[in-house]
Design a binder for this molecule. Structure first.
Ligand code: A2P
Length: 276
């Protein structure tokens, strides 16, 4: 498994198992258990996914030691602010029941001028959790350049990760370039565009040339662009397939073709326009 080093020197596995939209209970428990049994060591959830209990149960059911796993969760928008975030963290940790979180993220930036203070107050809570060692690393999600600049200017600790929507046709270059300049690792949510990439003819043809699936091509493309894909699946064969991406290399020419694909679908969610 490819690994990256975070700014604070800790290692993060290069592919994570995404759990967005996987229902709590047996389904997520079993998906996480299968993912870990097949080599995933990095699991990504969030309070709003409402599946932290099942994710924790899947981890407990796995035969891998806690220290070998990298667990991420996120504070939801309705819990912004210092005290609320501290309480939200306790709830997440209790549900996950994993002792500590490897990476705690602010899920979405708050908007506008009032949002700047809210983001900073939330970030202060993450800084406290980091200093207490309860969140081993801290970062953000869906932060654009201007949100990151505010945190860097006014915060004490640099965010270590920015988890953004990232897939062919939607590469957010301004945010990614800024992250690179500041040693902030980029994680890719919806690396398959929530499945929308899979029917694209150009990607299908290219994938065939490598004797791989479009999903594997997208995941490999993320890796070669030094982002950490978080593919989600509840289908055991696909969970396994999505990690089987280390026996081929996309040529520079094909990388450039994928890098330059026009928009072919995605979530349509923009951090400065969301109303949740
Ligand atoms: P399923 O959970 O039924 O396997 P993303 O990670 O971009 O959000 O995409 C997730 C979507 O892509 C889910 O609908 C998932 O379906 C599907 N998916 C995940 N991996 C694969 C794969 N290897 N082949 C086909 N579809 C996949």
């Amino acid at each position: 498994m490819k690994e990256y080093s975070l700014i604070d020197g800790r290692m993060i596995p290069g592919i994570g198992f995404g759990t967005w939209q996987i229902p709590d209970g047996e389904i997520v428990k079993e998906s996480v258990r299968i993912a870990i049994a097949n080599g995933y060591r990095h699991i990504d959830t969030a309070a709003i996914y409402d599946n932290e209990t099942g994710v924790g149960e899947g981890i407990a059911a796995s035969e891998v030691r806690r220290e070998e796993l990298f667990i991420t969760t996120k504070v939801w928008n309705s819990d912004r602010g210092y005290d609320q975030t501290m309480r939200a963290f306790e709830r997440s940790l209790e549900k996950l029941d994993v002792g500590y979180v490897d990476l705690y993220l602010i899920h979405w930036p708050a908007r506008g001028d009032s949002g700047r203070k809210e983001n900073l107050d939330t970030w202060r809570a993450l800084e406290t959790l980091y200093k207490e060692g309860r969140a081993k690393s801290i970062g953000v999600s869906n932060f654009l350049r201007h949100h990151l600049i505010d945190l860097i200017n006014d915060g004490e600790i640099l965010p270590m990760v920015d988890q953004i929507e990232y897939h062919p046709g939607y590469t957010q270059p301004e945010t990614v370039d800024f992250c690179r300049e500041h040693n902030i690792l980029v994680e890719a949510w919806s690396p398959l565009g929530s499945g929308k990439m899979l029917e694209n003819e150009q990607l299908k043809q290219m994938a065939e040339g490598y004797e791989k699936t479009v999903a594997q091509l997208c995941i490999r493309w993320c890796l070669q662009n030094e982002t950490i894909p978080l593919p989600k699946s509840t289908t055991p064969e696909r969970i396994i397939q999505n990690l089987d991406v280390f026996d081929f290399t996309i040529t520079d020419e094909d990388m450039a073709v994928i890098d330059n694909l026009p928009y072919i679908g995605g979530s349509g969610l923009h951090p400065d326009k969301i109303n949740f």
